[in-house]
Design a binder for this molecule. Structure first.
Ligand code: GLC
Ligand code: CA
Length: 586
C-alpha cells in the first residue's frame, strides 16, 4: 500500500484541523465526509499526505487532544465507515492519510482514568500519582508535589480526593499524563498505533512525544517552570524505539511534535539508523517574537535570531543525518503571514500581504526536510482579529487571558495579547468561498469566520495566475520534480551588512547526483534569498569559509514579485520589500 505513496523526501504534507476544514452536515463543525469532499482540491494543490488532527471520541476540552477512546471515531466527526472511505478515496488519488496520536496523556473521561478514579489498582498505575508536598498523611493534600507549571497556565498537578493523590497533567487539568514506565501502558499504545496502521493509514504525527519519559526523581525546577525537567526525558528514545518496533511503523511517514527540545536529541529521533521517527517539529523559530521568552509578552520578530536558528537546525540536522519538518503554521500558532508583517493590503495581489506570504513560503519550501502546509496557509489566511474575548474558544487563550488580567493587565491589554497570540488564529474556518461562513458550513460555524474571506478564498484563487494558492502549487511541484530541492545539501550564507533582515542559503547536489541532474537539464545549485525587510536591501552572499558566491550567469527560477525585474549583479542581488528569489547558479 505504501508503494503508491510518494517518497517522503519528495513529499509535501498538508495539515487538516478537522474541526475547521469542511462541514458536510451543517452542524457547524468540520468532519470526515467534509474532508473526503475536498480531496480533489487537495490533489489539485499537489500535496502527498494529509495529517488529520484528532477525531477520536473526546469531551473536546482541548479540541480532541483529550482522547477518551483511541480506536473509534467521535460521532460529531462521522463514522468508521466514513474514515475507511476517506482512506480509500485519498489513496486512489495518491494521497496518504496521517493520524495524530496523542499518547502522552488521555482525557479524564477515558475509561482508564475513570477506572482509576473508581479505585482499580491496575488503572491507578496508568497515571502519575503523587502525595503532596508537606502532606501529613492520607487525605491531606498538602501542596503540589513540585512547582511545575502546565502548558496552558497554572500548576501541572491536580489534587483528586477520589485518588487520594495529586495527578500530573502537563496540559489541561482534564488531560492526565500517562505513566510510560508502566509496561502495560506502552503495550496499550503500541496496540493503538497498530490498530490504525492495519486500517490503512500511511503515517502518523505523534503529539508532544518527547514528554512521555518523566524524570526518575520529581523535584522543583529552581530555574523555570519545569519544562527542562520533563522534555526529552531519560527513557524517551528507548520507549520510541519500542513503540515503532511493536507497532510495525518503521520507515512509514512519521513526525514527532517536540516541546522544548534540542538539536542533539532531534538528530537521534530522526536519523534513520535509530529507527525512531521520520521528521520532527521543533519550535525555536516560532519564539523569535516572544519578549524575554514569554509567549504572552509581545515583541517584533527578531530576524537575526531567526536566521541563526534556521542555520543551526538545517546544518546541524544535516551533519547528524537527521530530518526536519519545515513549517510556519499549525493549529497551535497564530498565522505567520500576520506575525511576520502581512498587515497591509490584505488579500490584494501585489500588496505586502501577498509579498510576505510568498516569501515565507519560499523560505521553508526550499529548505532541506519535509514541508508542511497548514489549511488556509496556501490561501494566505491571516490572524482572525478577535474583537472580544467572547469570540475566543481555546482553553489556553482563555486561561492566559485570565492570568494576564490577574497580573494587573487591563482587559484591553490582555485582549491585545490574545489577539496576536491565540491558537484560535489558526483555527478559524478554512476559507472556501466569499459567501456566508466562507463556504465552510451551511450552519453556524463553531468559531467565527474572518471578514477577509471575501478576498482570501479558494474560489478566488484557484486557477488565477499569480495567486497565493497557485504560488504554493508551484513550490510543491518543485519539490516533486527537482532533485536539488528534495535531496540537495544545504548551507547558509552571510547576506552582508546592508541586508540584516535577509535569510539566504544555498542548496546543491554533489557527485553522481549532480551529474544526473545536469544530464536531465535540472539545476544543480540554488541560491535562495528571502527578505524579511519592509525596505529594499542588497544581498552580497558570502559563504562560511569566506568564499563569495558568484551570481553571474544565474537564472531566476522563482521570484515572488514575478515581474522579470530582479536585479542580479556579479556578486550581489537587490531585493525589494519582502521579496524572495530563487536563483539557479551556473
Ligand atoms: C500538542 C497539540 C496541541 C495540544 C497539546 C496537548 O501541542 O498540538 O493542540 O493542545 O499537544 O495535547
Ligand atoms: Ca459536521
Amino acid at each position: 500500500m505504501n508503494a503508491i505513496m510518494r517518497d517522503p523526501a519528495q513529499s509535501v504534507v498538508y495539515q487538516i484541523y478537522i474541526k475547521s476544514f469542511c462541514d458536510s452536515n451543517g452542524d457547524g463543525i468540520g468532519d470526515l465526509p467534509g474532508i473526503t469532499s475536498k480531496l480533489d482540491y487537495l490533489a489539485y494543490l499537489g500535496v502527498d499526505y494529509l495529517w488529520i488532527t484528532p477525531f477520536f471520541p473526546s469531551p473536546q476540552r482541548d479540541n480532541g487532544y483529550d482522547v477518551a477512546d483511541y480506536c473509534a471515531v467521535d460521532p460529531v466527526y462521522g463514522t468508521m465507515a466514513d474514515f475507511d472511505e476517506l482512506v480509500a478515496e485519498a489513496r486512489s488519488r495518491g494521497i496518504g492519510i496521517m493520524l495524530d496520536m496523542v499518547l502522552c496523556h488521555t482525557s479524564d473521561q477515558h475509561e482508564w482514568f475513570q477506572r482509576a478514579l473508581a479505585g482499580e489498582e491496575r488503572f491507578r498505575r496508568y497515571y502519575i500519582l503523587r502525595d503532596g508536598h508537606g502532606s501529613i498523611g492520607p487525605g491531606d493534600p498538602g501542596e503540589p508535589p513540585t512547582n511545575w507549571q502546565c502548558a496552558f497556565g497554572g500548576s501541572a498537578w491536580q489534587w483528586e480526593p477520589r485518588l487520594g493523590k495529586w495527578y500530573l497533567h502537563l496540559h489541561d487539568v482534564s488531560q492526565p499524563d500517562l505513566d510510560w514506565t508502566n509496561p502495560e501502558v506502552r503495550e496499550e499504545m503500541a496496540k493503538v498505533v497498530s490498530f490504525w496502521r492495519e486500517r490503512g493509514v500511511a503515517g502518523f504525527r505523534f503529539d508532544v512525544i518527547n514528554l512521555i519519559s518523566k524524570p526518575e526523581v520529581f523535584e522543583d525546577d529552581t530555574e523555570g517552570l519545569g519544562r527542562r525537567m520533563f522534555s526529552d526525558g531519560p527513557h524517551v528514545h528507548e520507549y520510541l524505539k519500542e513503540l515503532v518496533e511493536r507497532s510495525g511503523i518503521d520507515g512509514m511517514m512519521t513526525v514527532g511534535e517536540l516541546a522544548a527540545t534540542d538539536l542533539e536529541n532531534c538528530v537521534r529521533y530522526t536519523n534513520p539508523a535509530e529507527h525512531e521517527l521520520g521528521q520532527v517539529f521543533s519550535f525555536h523559530h516560532l519564539k523569535v517574537d516572544y519578549a524575554g521568552g514569554d509567549k504572552w509578552a509581545l515583541a517584533e520578530p527578531d530576524i537575526a535570531r531567526l536566521r541563526e536558528i534556521f542555520a543551526s537546525w538545517q546544518e546541524g540536522m544535516q551533519a547528524g543525518g537527521g530530518h526536519n519538518a519545515l513549517f510556519w503554521c499549525n493549529h497551535d500558532q497564530p498565522r505567520a503571514i500576520t506575525r511576520f508583517g502581512g498587515r497591509g493590503q490584505v488579500g490584494k495581489p501585489g500588496g505586502s500581504w501577498d509579498h510576505v506570504g510568498k516569501m515565507l513560503a519560499v523560505c521553508t519550501h526550499l529548505m532541506q526536510g519535509v514541508p508542511y502546509v497548514f489549511e488556509g496557509e496556501e490561501l494566505g489566511q491571516t490572524n482572525a482579529g478577535f474583537a472580544s474575548i467572547d469570540d475566543v474558544r481555546d482553553v489556553e487563550s482563555l486561561n492566559n487571558y485570565r492570568i494576564l488580567v490577574e497580573k494587573g493587565a487591563s482587559e484591553d491589554e490582555a485582549l491585545e495579547v490574545i489577539r496576536e497570540r491565540s491558537r484560535d488564529n489558526g483555527r478559524t474556518p478554512m476559507q472556501w468561498t466569499a459567501g456566508p461562513a466562507a463556504g465552510f458550513t451551511t450552519g453556524e460555524p463553531w468559531i467565527g469566520v474572518p471578514e477577509n474571506h471575501e478576498l482570501i478564498n479558494v474560489e478566488a484563487e484557484q486557477g488565477r495566475a499569480g495567486s497565493m494558492l497557485e504560488f504554493y502549487r508551484g513550490l510543491i511541484q518543485m519539490r516533486h520534480t527537482l532533485d536539488v530541492v528534495s535531496r540537495g545539501r544545504v548551507g547558509f550564507v552571510e547576506a552582508c551588512e546592508s541586508a540584516p533582515r535577509a535569510i539566504v542559503y544555498e542548496r546543491w547536489l554533489e557527485g553522481d547526483a549532480a551529474a544526473a541532474a545536469r544530464a536531465a537539464g535540472q539545476p544543480v545549485r540554488l541560491l535562495v534569498a528571502c527578505s524579511f525587510d519592509a525596505e529594499p536591501c542588497r544581498v552580497k552572499p558570502v559563504r562560511a569559509d569566506g568564499g563569495v558566491v558568484a551570481l553571474d550567469g544565474a537564472e531566476v527560477l522563482v521570484d515572488t514579485y514575478a515581474d522579470d525585474a530582479v536585479r542580479v549583479g556579479e556578486d550581489s542581488l537587490e531585493l525589494r520589500p519582502h521579496e524572495a528569489v530563487v536563483l539557479s547558479l551556473a
